[in-house]
Ligand binder design. Structure first.
Ligand SMILES: NC(=O)c1ccc[n+]([C@@H]2O[C@H](COP(=O)([O-])OP(=O)(O)OC[C@H]3O[C@@H](n4cnc5c(N)ncnc54)[C@H](O)[C@@H]3O)[C@@H](O)[C@H]2O)c1
Length: 264
């Protein structure tokens, strides 16, 4: 059999990727594996200090990356981030829509501004980025890979207080499937990764703050069949699979990476 070598299939050499929210947490876990596989990685994040520190970590390992300050919920920032990647590295082949927020606020206490903010950062941003990135990918005529970070909450609620977050992630999963359909003729695949509970700065932010949050975390941990929280690299490895030729016949799919929690 004349199959490509595994090392060639997984290589992202000469590819350029944008990872939104790549300064820390899951996004940095993704940026790390894509850069290790040879991609030029552009970290597009609101947090400039953390973003530049992450780029330095990758550079110290001899990998190529750069930072562009981006608020994913602003279309002008998104267009500028895509232009930055193209200018710096000569093109764009991979987009990972990872930036997201997940405040725990019951609907009965939520203000309309907060509803709009969650939808804007978690969903409208993906519309802006997908459109700008796909325009560039279509122009290049080399295909492309778009990977959206959803959540197990795109399939099943994980806890009370996340109704609007769950709406944004169900929306993102629907958006993933329909853009997969629309972009398939251009050889651009669109897939999603749905993380379960992953230890990140964001996920840890509320733990211990109130007895209620502490209880939610303890209950969640007890429900995980693999008996541990995930780490960002658990997601980084799944995204690398979707960003590489290992997933050449996949589009419109969602990979659940949750230690089995949806089974419980
Ligand atoms: N951690 C989990 O347990 C978990 C589970 C399921 C899904 N997710 C999803 O994974 C993604 C990352 O989560 P995380 O836990 O790593 O988050 P995190 O809060 O630890 O990190 C998020 C990163 O996104 C950046 N960011 C936030 N708002 C932004 C904006 N408007 N523009 C640009 N950058 C912005 C932050 O600066 C930060 O660097 C989110 O979409 C989240 O919904 C996380």
């Amino acid at each position: 059999m004349n199959l490509p070598k595994l090392s060639e299939l997984i290589s992202l050499k000469n590819k350029t990727a944008i990872v939104t929210g790549g300064a820390m947490g899951i996004g940095f876990g993704i940026a790390y594996r894509l850069a290790e596989a040879g991609a030029n990685v552009v970290i597009a994040d609101l947090n400039e200090d953390a973003g530049r520190a992450s780029v330095k970590q990758l550079a110290d390992l001899g990998w190529k990356s750069d930072f562009v300050k981006t608020d994913v919920s602003r279309q002008s920032d998104v267009d500028a981030a895509v232009a930055f990647a193209v200018e710096k590295f000569g093109g764009l082949n991979i987009l990972v829509n990872n930036a997201g927020i997940y405040p725990t606020i019951p609907v009965m206490q939520m203000k309309p501004e907060t509803f709009e903010k969650i939808l804007s950062v978690n969903l409208e941003s993906v519309f802006f980025f997908t459109k700008a990135a796909a325009e560039q990918m279509i122009k290049q005529n080399l295909g492309g890979k778009i990977i959206n970070i959803t959540s197990i909450d795109a399939l099943h609620p994980s806890s009370v207080g996340l109704a609007v977050y769950d709406a944004s992630k169900h929306g993102l999963w629907g958006f993933t499937k329909n853009t997969a359909l629309e972009l398939a003729p251009h050889n651009i695949s669109v897939n999603a990764v749905a993380p379960g509970g992953i230890s990140t700065p964001g996920a840890g932010a509320d733990v211990g703050k109130t007895p209620e949050m502490e209880k939610i975390m303890v209950t969640f941990l007890q429900k995980i069949p693999q008996k541990r929280m995930g780490v960002p690299d658990d997601i980084g490895k799944a995204v690398l699979f979707l960003a590489s030729d290992l997933s050449s016949y996949m589009t419109g799919s969602q990979i659940v990476v949750d230690g089995g929690v949806l089974l419980s």
